[in-house]
Design a protein around this ligand. Structure first.
Ligand SMILES: N[C@@H](Cc1ccccc1)C(=O)O
Length: 464
């Protein structure tokens, strides 16, 4: 059975000398939308009426400059005409050719049409016709070779286009009845002896049905979450808009710390509130004693987009928790920067916190080693570092095949000043892992922005 449109397409192809036409041409000629043509072609192909072929062609188009030249002529041709077989002074030529003179001289010299002797232009030919003009007039004459100069002179642009060509291979006028489905009736009636049974085409390409799948980066974040849960951590969450108090002050980051300056975090209008008066007092004390300056409560109440997920750790610490505690948080943080292949202004961090009696620095390094082992980074090393909220502090480096040692995380034992301020009488370790750059390296991406890709083609074919 053929539908009306299928028949129309077959009839149209019959009018073509080689029984071939492009999908676009058919769409225009029959006024059927191109998307419908594609599905009709698929049907006709399955029914064995047409064969298809993809053809790539380069289409050349005149640029504005090219159109102008086509109208006004090529500068070098004009120059030869003006010279008319006689030498002329450059100044004289400038009056006629104006701004075009430089281009005209350049190309005329390159094409060996003139010689320049000091301020005089001497023609080497009496007459010149630019072959470029013929090509601009009839772009069908442009080919791979002669297009190069036209492109470099910015007279044309080249665009690759793919056409779907279909060729009629079987006519409706000559219907060959075949058995495509064997029924008991066909067997009983003996019809199967008279009518040919359609052969299976075992080489036919199956239709492509893309399966729905999760975004690879989302999946990576979920894997990290699973790893943390398997290691016995409980997930906690915080808000993107956070008080400086939790993002910085409670973490013993002094108010004149460079990371608090406007260019390092996004400021939000308005003020927040800390209900726990005693906590404010203790944090104030901590800054006064530790950093020796007048701590300003109004600075602490300002709002920022959190610049580290350690702000969530900070919230846990201030919630009067009862050790032993193992929490983690995964989420976005925000920092002003110029976006490029390795920098984003919003990215993800995974912060963890362990509060346990007798928890040591060595235990902390062991936990970090395990976390990274679980995501496939088997070789790590630690380097002493500084963070305002931990002491001792380390940076964690991991070795990624083909890339070498990459910084992945900051960590340390929480400072006693902080533990005192929040009233915790136990040992505690904390860390923050930068996720985006790590994912980029593990996935072998050249550009960090691809983690947020939403091009369906890319996502369908990217295997991670
Ligand atoms: N918050 C730190 C990382 C860190 C977290 C916890 C402890 C030590 C370091 C950063 O963003 O760089």
């Amino acid at each position: 059975m053929l539908s009306e449109n299928e028949i129309k397409i077959i009839e149209y192809l019959k009018t073509k000398p080689d029984r071939t036409a492009s999908a676009e041409e058919i769409s225009k000629a029959l006024s059927i939308p191109i998307s419908s043509i594609y599905s009709l072609v698929q049907l006709l192909k399955e029914k064995g009426y047409v064969r298809t072929e993809e053809k790539k062609v380069t289409k050349y188009e005149l640029t504005e400059e090219g159109k102008l030249r086509l109208q006004n002529g090529m500068p070098e041709e004009k120059l030869i005409k003006i010279l008319n077989g006689q030498s002329k002074k450059i100044s004289e030529l400038r009056e006629v050719l104006g701004e075009e003179l430089e281009i005209a001289l350049g190309w005329a010299r390159r094409k060996n049409l003139i010689k320049i002797d000091k301020d005089t232009v001497i023609p080497l030919v009496n007459d010149y016709h630019s072959p470029e003009l013929d090509l601009l007039r009839d772009p069908s004459k442009i080919d791979n070779e002669n297009s190069k100069q036209l492109i470099s002179r910015k007279l044309i642009t080249a665009k690759q286009e793919t056409f779907l060509l279909l060729t009629l291979v079987q006519d409706i006028a000559e219907p060959t009845k075949t058995i495509t489905y064997i029924t008991p009736e066909i067997l009983r009636s003996g019809e199967w002896k008279k009518i040919p049974i359609k052969e299976y085409n075992v080489e036919a390409e199956p239709p492509f049905y893309p399966l729905a799948k999760k975004h690879f980066f989302k999946e990576f974040l979920e894997r990290l979450r699973d790893v943390m849960i398997e290691l016995g951590f409980t997930e906690v969450n915080g808000n993107y808009v956070e008080l400086e108090f939790y993002n910085f002050d409670l973490l013993f980051q002094a108010q004149d710390h460079p990371a608090r300056e406007i260019h390092d975090s996004f400021m939000i209008e308005g003020k927040g509130e800390v209900k726990d008066e005693k906590l404010i007092e203790r944090v104030k004390e901590m800054h006064k004693k530790g950093w020796k300056y007048e701590w300003d409560e109004s600075v602490a109440l300002r709002l920022v987009l959190r610049s580290q997920t350690t702000s969530v750790t900070s919230r846990v610490l201030s919630s009067n928790p009862k050790p032993p505690i193992r929490t983690f948080t995964i989420g976005k943080v925000f920092r002003p920067d110029s976006i490029d292949a390795t920098h984003l202004i919003e990215f993800h961090q995974l912060d963890g916190l362990i509060i346990e009696n007798g928890f040591t620095f060595r235990d902390l390094l062991g936990v970090l080693k395990e976390i990274f082992y679980q995501i496939g980074i088997k070789e790590i090393k630690f380097k002493p570092a500084y963070f305002p909220f931990t002491e001792p502090s380390v940076e964690v480096y991991g070795r990624i095949e083909g890339l070498g040692w990459i910084e992945m995380s900051g960590a340390g034992l929480l400072r006693p000043e902080i533990l005192q301020a929040v009233g915790i009488n136990s040992d505690a370790g904390a860390w923050g892992i930068g996720i985006d750059r790590l994912a980029m390296l593990l996935f072998g991406l050249k550009d960090i922005r691809l983690l947020y890709a939403n091009s369906i083609e890319f996502l369908r074919t990217f295997t991670g």
